[in-house]
Ligand binder design. Sequence first.
Ligand code: NAG
Ligand code: NAG
Ligand code: NAG
Length: 373
Amino acid sequence: MVRLPCPLLLLLPLLRVSAATPEPCQIDDEDVRCVCNFTHPQPDWSSALQCMAAVEVEIRGGGRSLEEFLLKSASANPKQYADMLKALRLRRLTVGAARSPAQILALVLHALGFSRLKELTLEDLEVTGQVPPPLQETPGLALTTFRLRNVSWATGGAWLGELQQWLQPSLKVLKVAQASSLAFPCAQLRAFPALTTLDLSDNPGLGERGLTAALCPRKFPALEDLALRNAGMETPSGVCAALAGAGVQPHRLDLSHNSLRATAAGARECVWPAALSSLNLSFAELEQVPKGLPPKLTVLDLSCNKLNRAPRPEELPAVDDLTLEGNPYMDPEALQHQEDPMASGVVPPCARSALTMGVSGTLALLQGARGFA
Ligand SMILES: *[C@@H]1O[C@H](CO)[C@@H](O)[C@H](O)[C@H]1NC(C)=O
Ligand SMILES: *[C@@H]1O[C@H](CO)[C@@H](O)[C@H](O)[C@H]1NC(C)=O
Ligand SMILES: *[C@@H]1O[C@H](CO)[C@@H](O)[C@H](O)[C@H]1NC(C)=O
């Protein structure tokens, strides 16, 4: 049996090297980026050793279940490798395409707590069971950026509170896309004192009610950027109400790529955060400027909507930097391009972004097709 210091290899103490399997890990010539894709039924786990020199590591489990490592990892204590973990150059780690018992995830987080990892991404992961709280001796991950995409949790919205216990309060950026639950039980959540960016984009089922449940009052005191692209938002005033309810004060709000309505039936006047200076309403299918916008903004992006006439001054907030490109009244072909980006050989600005969304949609489908082995 070989003992290895690489945090993920701690979980895999039994290394079987089979000559027939292709090399699952590849490191680039500069020793910066290492990518592992363990799709083979009996992969050569030791291939991951070469990633020890890398700054950026990406590990995909080919959709396998990590259940089999549960017993083998029971006696693993990452603390005994603390010095070696600290010496790793690893700063960015992506782990994905696996089904993992929560204890295994906790062991990885424990090990990574000794490293100098800054950015962690979890992708296409199904976590079973409840993530146990850390032991006393765990320093906690000093992450600046934490991204989760398509991660499902057995414990519903409690996942954020469970993971937070493993983190130092240094987190600046939290991005959660395709989430299974964003309804956080607020009482179990501590504040994120350094968090400036919260990105809940690509959660089309979220909606304004979901946003209200996600934005726990007083937990995001430093928030500056709130991104809600493609998040099922319906009206700017509904979003305003959710922000007011949570008392969050973002400086920049991105509501692009939502299908927004210009007026909310029976909406009450809502007071926008005083700090809000930038509002992005592009790609929002707006046929007119929505009511209830903040009275004053530095930046307002209304590009790539369906405005059929120039907005009247009284419809707009006082704004320094207004973008109206890609609306049909300015460019009669814009609408056609938004609906059919391939229609002509020339790619106008709105079509390009719609096209990018289309491409990422295709990627999501391809990833979806990968499934569990
Ligand atoms: C991993 O390997 C599988 C099969 O070889 C392939 O379909 C998949 O695209 C790979 N994933 C990545 C992220 O390279
Ligand atoms: C608004 O959002 C769109 C699409 O998400 C993006 O392309 C554009 O750069 C954003 N505008 C500003 C001012 O940030
Ligand atoms: C989401 O992750 C699961 C694994 O937990 C996977 O089976 C599914 O295909 C992923 N979906 C997408 C859209 O990538």
